[in-house]
Design a protein around this ligand. Structure first.
Ligand code: TYD
Ligand code: MG
Length: 452
């Protein structure tokens, strides 16, 4: 550290190098290297105090570590708390990312205005003027008497002012406009983002302030300098949702204090962001007449079930057959088509195949396999599936239907929303019966196909 005062950072992926290179060996980008000055390491143990919550340095056994509950406080929004793993942890750093217009500023303003009633809260705006922030708060009818606001983009000034006020929670909107005066590159560049985040984080860790950094997503869909921020922050949350949709999903990508991949659902309304505590209902708004190729599945989102409609369109291809998966993994689709051919005797090689998880949700778990299979066959054979049918299960390469976790909870969620029949892996059927739901167990892919 003492010798190397500068380093080279790839602007595209954030990887660190000691020497300049024309091409980044990590991500392959050309001419992306920027020289950054390394902030000198804090001297003595004082500088690092608080980084891991240590108050004194001594070695002890794991068993002796005090297990006092991490004190948390609520964000005042239940869906936000869920993604955070139960609220904010003092001294933690949370990155809230999303496309411009997703509603990051709105969501955080709502949370902070309400929080300011019970503790000191500071909103630092670098993108909008104070008037704009005030006008929005007024229009949304939020309490404005206690929230402290600051329009500033210099990281050192922000920290200096915040140190005097010692807020319990502080938002910096956004990290891409904040800069340090002794770094020459433009705000938003990897070196600025990285050094500013480090300065702000050091303040949060030392003072116990909850720091929320707002980050914009670039055109390619990644947070500017994601690699740079990844190891600094405790919690990374993305606010997602298209411009054409009212609904916004809040998803945890990294969380040192809770489950990752928790999903919170909001609706953007005239009165700002409104929580949607029962998301299954919105993803399930289906037409009166069910078309072929559509089926509902029960997916599992970290701690709760979610009912999602899966659609498939299988159509004659002219030329190169296309396989397109939206909201699901492309590779799993390719695998399922192979399994369907080999064990189901269904040849889709000359067909275009499109599949979609409705409502903009992303399904990452294999329990969508069986539902996808049903949707594919239903579309190919042009047979609509019954409206009250719900399907889930993993499909193995030898055509077996494998069980998935939390089967009982998924079935209960389906019954709650009026589904009458469920086709599930045989190992997911339990002795306990769910009133009003007929559970059909399947072991092999041909049993499932026979049903259609
Ligand atoms: P904003 O919070 O400014 O997004 P971000 O900070 O993520 O860029 O939200 C902007 C969008 O939300 C804007 O397109 C208008 C819309 N909006 C509403 O529909 N209703 C509202 O009450 C508010 C405040 C914003
Ligand atoms: Mg904003």
């Amino acid at each position: 550290m003492a010798k190397n005062k500068t380093a080279f950072v790839c602007d595209a992926c954030g990887a660190d190098f000691t020497k300049w290179q024309g091409q980044c060996t990590e991500c392959g980008a050309w001419n992306s290297f920027k020289e950054v000055r390394l902030a000198s390491a804090p001297r003595g143990s004082d500088g690092l105090k608080g980084y891991a919550g240590a108050t004194e340095s001594r070695i002890q056994t794991l068993q002796d570590v005090s297990l006092a509950e991490v004190p948390r406080f609520s964000s005042t929004l239940g869906e936000f708390d869920r993604v955070l793993g139960g609220g904010f942890v003092p001294g933690s750093v949370v990155l809230v990312g999303g496309h411009p217009g997703a509603g990051k500023s709105t969501l955080l303003l709502q949370s902070l205005c309400k929080l300011s009633q019970s503790q000191k809260a500071l909103y630092v705006t670098g993108e909008e003027s104070l008037q704009q922030v005030a006008m929005r708060a007024k229009r949304l009818g939020l309490p404005m008497d206690r929230l402290q606001v600051l329009a500033e983009t210099n990281a050192e000034s922000i920290v200096a002012l915040a140190q005097r006020e010692a807020p319990g929670i502080m938002v910096v909107d956004s990290i891409q406009v904040v800069h340090l005066s002794d770094i020459t590159s433009a705000p938003g560049s990897v070196s600025q983002v990285r050094e500013c985040a480090a300065v702000l984080t050091r303040f949060a860790k030392q003072s116990g302030t909850v720091l929320i950094l707002v980050g914009h997503v670039t055109k390619e869909g990644s947070l500017a300098g994601p690699k740079v921020l990844e190891h600094i922050i405790d919690c990374s949350i993305m606010l997602e949702g298209g411009h054409d949709s009212r609904f916004r999903t809040l998803r945890g990508h990294k969380n040192r204090f809770g489950a990752v991949n928790e999903l919170g659902v909001f609706a953007m309304t005239e009165q700002g962001m409104k929580e949607v505590p029962n998301p299954s209902a919105i993803f399930l708004q289906r037409a009166d007449e069910i078309a072929p190729g559509s089926v509902v599945m029960a997916t599992w989102e970290a701690t709760r079930p979610l009912l999602v409609e899966i659609q498939a369109l299988v159509d004659n291809s002219f030329g190169n057959p296309r396989r397109v998966a939206v909201g699901m993994e492309q590779n799993r689709l390719a695998m399922l088509l192979a399994v369907l051919h080999r064990h189901g005797g269904l040849m889709l090689g000359d067909q275009d195949v499109f599949v979609n998880a409705v409502g903009g949700v992303k399904i990452m778990e294999p329990s969508a396999d069986l539902a996808l299979l049903f949707a594919l066959v239903s579309s190919f054979r042009d047979i609509p599936l019954p409206r009250e049918l719900v399907v889930f299960g993993e499909v193995g390469l030898s055509g077996e239907i494998r069980p998935v976790p939390s089967g009982q909870e998924r079935l209960r969620e389906a019954a709650k929303h009026g589904f009458k029949r469920a086709i599930v892996p045989a190992a997911n059927t339990t002795k306990e019966k769910i009133p009003g739901l007929e559970v059909i167990p399947v072991k092999k892919i041909d049993e499932a196909l026979a049903y259609i």
